[in-house]
Design a protein around this ligand. Structure first.
Ligand code: ZN
Ligand code: FE
Ligand code: FE
Ligand code: ZN
Length: 269
């Protein structure tokens, strides 16, 4: 089985339930060896305030994670899910460097000022140019890769969340430059099982995008994007099957923002 879950939230983001200790216990119950807390990073400029901790809460986040880091049973990493948006560039480089993160997920949740994956704005998908929105999204992901700020791209095809999708030929064409730049940046991508809990009912990324990632030798990590303790390691058997089907034989672990390669288990074991 897969023994690491590298995307776990806490109630500080204002839309997750369960204390960090409960996520830890759930991971231990499921036999994981390592988890990484990656709550939504605070912003210095008031960006998207309802989905993250405020800056003053960040020391508390460090304490919460730190208190779980002495266990023999389960190793706990310190991470963060940082938003790539225009204001990030001025603040995040120094902020990320000044904290002892084991890994940093870079995510795009906004196209211009539209929080496109926010359930509250879900209906706006009905009236937008879906293909155009996806195209803008992948341009941002390419810029995210070029920023060299992050280790892992979060939920690579997040715009599919509410199941509004362009044709595969369009996705292939618009995602190719982004994937080339992710590869050039030496970043990995998540197999993020949260998509299975959303209307799209599919892991992020799709089999098509994972195939394109594999062709470019972009490494993978496993991620539940848990917002409640029972979601830890959610459907990791399906994520493993997806990885194997795309041709992957390895996945990555992180520590202090350095990677190690680990063999994927066989489907049957
Ligand atoms: Zn969240
Ligand atoms: Fe996210
Ligand atoms: Fe997340
Ligand atoms: Zn997320």
């Amino acid at each position: 089985m897969i023994l690491t879950d590298y995307h776990i939230h806490t109630p500080l983001c204002q839309h997750a339930t369960g204390e960090p200790r409960a996520y830890f216990a759930s991971a231990a119950d499921r036999g994981l060896q390592q988890i990484c807390f990656t709550d939504h990073a605070p912003a210095h400029d008031g960006f998207d305030p309802t989905n993250r901790m405020v800056m003053e809460q960040f020391p508390g986040y460090l304490d919460n994670v730190g208190q779980l880091q002495n266990s023999e049973q389960l190793s706990v990493l310190l991470g963060i899910e940082a938003d790539f948006y225009p204001g990030a560039i001025t603040f995040q480089p120094d902020w990320i460097e000044s904290h002892p993160f084991d890994l940093v997920i870079g995510s795009v949740h906004y196209i211009d000022d539209w929080g496109f994956d926010n359930p509250a704005t879900k209906d706006s998908w009905k009236s937008v140019d879906v293909t155009g929105a996806w195209r803008k999204y992948f341009k941002l992901v390419a810029e995210l890769a070029d920023s060299a700020l992050y280790d892992i791209v979060g939920h690579l095809d997040l715009p599919k969340k509410f199941d509004y999708r362009p044709a595969d030929t369009d996705i292939r064409e618009m995602a190719t430059p982004a994937l080339d730049r992710i590869a050039a940046a030496g970043m990995s991508i998540e197999l993020n099982t949260a998509g299975l809990r959303k209307p799209c009912n599919e892991i992020y990324p799709s089999p098509l995008l994972l195939e394109l990632a594999f062709e470019r030798e972009i490494p993978i990590v496993f991620a539940s994007d848990a917002h409640s303790p029972e979601e830890v390691a959610y459907a990791f058997d399906k994520a493993l099957d997806l990885a194997l089907a795309a041709g992957y034989t390895n996945y990555l672990t992180y520590s202090e923002r350095k990677t190690q390669v680990r063999p994927l288990p066989n489907r049957s074991s």
